[in-house]
Design a protein around this ligand. Sequence first.
Ligand code: COA
Length: 257
Amino acid sequence: MSEHLHIERDAGLLTLRMQRPDKKNALTRAMYAGMAEVLDEAARDAAVRVVLLSGDEHCFTSGNDVADFLQAPPSGLNSEVFQFMRALFDFPKPVVAAVAGPAVGIGTTLLLHCDLVYVSRDAQLKMPFVNLGLCPEYGSSLILPRLLGHARAAELLLLGQSFSGEQAAAWGIANQALDDGPATLAKARAMALRFLELAPSAVADSKRLMRAPDREALRRVIEEEGVLFSQRLRSPEAVEALSAFMQRRKPDFSRFA
Ligand code: COA
């Protein structure tokens, strides 16, 4: 298991914390593999009733590790990031997310697959896929235009505009915006604990019904996005943008037609 994941069991609550503070909890292949494994095991373990997913009080996650994107981009739909995406997408029990600070890329799109989401008011959510020469992933190209309308989704997905926790709550991406990181983690935990008092099969049946209408279309879109995203990672545009991030400079797309 990755040293950058912290897993805690407390009765039926399993807390999965991304913990790589020196890199803003950027997700490595080992972290994705670990998170997929934890979710797959929790799905099978009747003692686990609910999962709480978080970073720390200052940062949720800065998304995929950019160095990994450059040096070891995912090579197919069985690579670690897709294992994680499938594990969360198929997870039959409730998942509650607590988001403070930055939630970048998959740090935002994974929230669309959680059941309850609590954010700090000043959290910074962002999907800078196009800015990195990439394209939307994890079903965001389907879910966000439906949830927000095309115009607002275009600001977020085409321009990569960032938005606050307060906006995420107002737009229905999150349930509630809290004052700060500690309040957000406490609220998310309190809400997760509520599931321990409910009938587990009734919760699972209800979650399945709520997700069912869009499920197969969404699965197809996630695959289509995944194929294109993997191709784009190898494109000169993406290599320029990702290298620029590592070199702390602005990308220069002027030579691309
Ligand atoms: N992958 C790899 N390293 C990352 C990272 C990522 N996604 N996000 C941050 N880091 C590293 C930085 O390179 C820096 O490392 P260093 O101290 O060795 O130089 C360290 O984490 C701190 O990041 P920094 O950018 O200095 O922090 P900040 O508070 O100014 O900004 C973010 C935080 C999250 C807004 C900013 O780091 C960021 O935009 N990260 C990239 C996010 C991204 O593009 N993700 C991929 C989306 S598809």
